[in-house]
Design a protein around this ligand. Structure first.
Ligand SMILES: [Zn+2]
Length: 324
């Protein structure tokens, strides 16, 4: 049953038409949600979020929503977690419909749940959100261990992603989108001969320096915010600063090792009320910007840099006060 006379798929196209969205123009999720909430208040936010994933040609988890390969679902190109532009058939990579299945793993994608259009509701919201987080977590862990490689089992275990097939699916999508290598080899964690995943760095930044920063178990040392305040914005440096803050928070309250994925760590700290939601969101934004820079080889423009700078200021202001 559809609440309104048109499906959300069609309403999404109405949004684009009514707003007169031009090629290349950036669309923010908040604006899309506001448009729906004003005109179609009965449609749940989770439903709209799920449709944004479904209708983004490059969103790996769209395959969980019974995406049509006829082109009718190909409307957006996802820039990050909350920004989109129109899909450009002439220059964008081919839309993701289904992942190739040439590997020996027998996990068929046809077993993935499919949802009818009008059932894209709350129940699917959770899986969509966690799928996005899982993808980020896997990339971040592979980044952390770079240039080493992990098998699906070890990724699943270390990141607590269950069932293991979820890792398998994401791993294969990441390979088809050119972000990771997936081949037979020795897993750096369990040392078994397996299919292993490793990160392809599009935009490697001072790998030795970065690796040190991430691997170092931070002692309780104040982050030198003042020293950095007047320098040009460096997204990698900002991310390192966030990693340090998060590890500091984690070490005060936990005995076991912190999650290796920075997103997972931020979310865990937020869920334990050790990190305010706003600052956690700013951290996720910054890490997202940095991931786009490193994994997708996208240069940060002036606007992205401003977002990064401001997000970092919000985090530093809170952190300075939190340490008093
Ligand atoms: Zn392993």
């Amino acid at each position: 049953m559809t609440i309104y006379s048109k499906s959300v798929r069609l309403l999404m196209r109405d949004y684009v038409a009514q707003k007169g969205i031009a090629k290349g123009q950036t669309l923010n999720k908040l604006d899309i949600l506001a448009w729906f909430s004003e005109r179609y208040p009965k449609i749940k936010e989770g439903t709209i979020n799920a449709h944004l994933i479904l209708m983004s040609v490059n969103a790996p988890s769209r395959i969980h929503y019974n995406v049509h390969s006829t082109g009718e679902d190909d409307l957006f190109y996802q820039l990050d977690g909350s920004n989109y532009r129109l899909y450009d058939v002439s220059s964008d990579p081919r839309p993701i419909y289904i992942v190739s299945d040439h590997e020996q793993d027998n996990n068929r994608l046809t077993t993935a749940p499919t949802y009818a259009d009008d059932k894209l509701s709350q129940s699917t919201q959770i899986s969509a959100d966690s799928s996005k987080t899982n993808t980020d977590s896997i990339l971040e862990l592979l980044d952390d261990i770079y240039p080493d490689a992990y098998c699906d089992d070890c990724l699943s275990k270390e990141l607590s992603i269950r069932p293991r097939q979820t890792v398998n699916k994401i791993g294969r999508i990441l390979t088809t989108t050119g972000k990771t290598n997936r081949q037979s080899g020795i897993c750096s964690s369990c040392s078994k001969q397996k299919i292993i995943n490793s990160l392809i760095k599009q935009n490697p930044m001072r790998p030795s320096q970065k690796r040190d920063a991430v691997h170092e178990r931070p002692m309780v040392v104040a982050v030198p915010s003042k020293i950095l305040a007047n320098q040009d914005f460096d997204v990698e440096h900002a991310r390192t600063e966030i990693v340090q803050i998060c590890h500091q928070l984690w070490n005060v309250h936990n005995k076991d090792a912190a999650p290796r994925s920075i997103s997972a760590l931020i979310i865990s700290l937020r869920n334990d009320n050790l990190l305010p939601t706003l600052q956690a969101n700013m951290m996720l934004t910054l890490c997202g910007l940095r991931n786009v820079y490193v994994y997708d080889n996208k240069k940060l423009g002036a606007m992205e840099t401003d977002i990064g700078k401001n997000a970092l200021s919000i985090i530093r202001e809170w952190w300075t006060n939190a340490q008093k």
